[in-house]
Design a protein around this ligand. Structure first.
Ligand code: ARG
Length: 277
């Protein structure tokens, strides 16, 4: 999993509406720098043996580079995101792309940040964010349409407006990195309980989480990570993983990092007869 990814491009990337606390209209990304960062991310995915597909960004969609928010995809099904109004225009493009590829596409019943707030682990378990960009009313719909057992996790502050800034899936079957301070108390307990189901947990300090350390792409072999988070990079190397660190300073001006720019297309469909409860 995480070896077949949908990316867009940074051709129309800019900070328009300030929809998260990291965005500041007076600090615009350098266009050439942003394109170079995005190109380097795509090259890193390909170097890691991942397949990358593209949906072109639209001129009126300044945040479309962040394809993770487009949907959550499992098997041949997708539940589309429902982002803040400033990003609503992206969804028609993603719907068209997914339907064109033969996915069965559903709309969510309420606000949903797509994969930004939905991280599959252990096959049938979905770590599902809420409290910022996702209405918990969406969780039962994800459970039903995509056959996931939902573990709800609430982030503690708008700095972690999406769960993929607070929890990083390094290896969906074995290893999670996370920042406990980024989650509320009950959610911390739910993450710790995952150890009993076979997931190892690596803790990341708030200062690295706030540099988007956890916004990583991990396929169990290679971890693609933003540069500037040496403690997490070292902890992952110590576990035998190949760690590829990339500069994401221009993407960060919109509050995004590595994970945000790639929608996973290869989450395996549930095995018939073994769907999650
Ligand atoms: N500026 C974008 C927004 O606020 C960044 C989205 C990053 N995506 C993510 N999955 N964390 O929507």
């Amino acid at each position: 999993m995480h070896r077949h990814l949908l990316v867009s491009d940074a051709d129309h990337f800019r900070v328009a509406d300030e929809i998260n606390p990291w965005m500041d209209r007076t600090d615009q990304p350098d266009p050439a720098g942003a394109r170079a960062e995005h190109d380097a991310l795509v090259a890193a995915h390909r170097d890691a043996g991942r397949t990358v597909e593209r949906v072109a960004s639209a001129p009126d969609c300044p945040d479309m580079v962040f394809t993770a928010n487009a949907a959550l995809v499992r098997g041949e099904r997708a539940v589309l995101g429902r982002p803040p109004a400033a990003r609503a225009g992206e969804i028609a493009h993603h719907r068209a792309w997914l339907e064109g590829r033969g996915f069965t596409v559903d709309d969510p019943p309420a606000a949903f940040s797509g994969q930004g707030d939905a991280l599959p682990v252990l096959g049938d378990v979905l770590l599902a964010g809420h409290g910022q960009r996702t209405d918990p009313a969406v969780h039962p719909v994800l459970a039903e349409r995509l056959d996931y057992e939902v573990v709800p996790l609430r982030t503690s502050s708008a700095l972690f407006y999406d769960l993929d800034l607070a929890v990083g899936v390094v290896d969906p079957d074995r290893l999670l990195a996370w920042c406990p301070e980024a989650l509320d108390g009950p959610s911390r307990r739910r993450v710790r309980a995952l150890r009993g189901r076979g997931l190892e947990l690596v803790e990341v300090a708030p200062h690295e989480a706030q540099r988007f350390a956890l916004n990583l792409v991990g396929d169990g072999t290679t971890v693609t990570l933003t540069r500037g988070c040496p403690r997490l990079a070292g902890a992952l190397r110590a576990r035998g993983l190949v760690v590829h660190e990339l500069v994401t300073t221009e993407l960060a001006k919109s509050g995004g990092g590595v994970r945000c720019t790639a929608l996973t297309l290869d989450a395996p469909a549930p095995v018939p007869g073994e769907a999650a409860a």
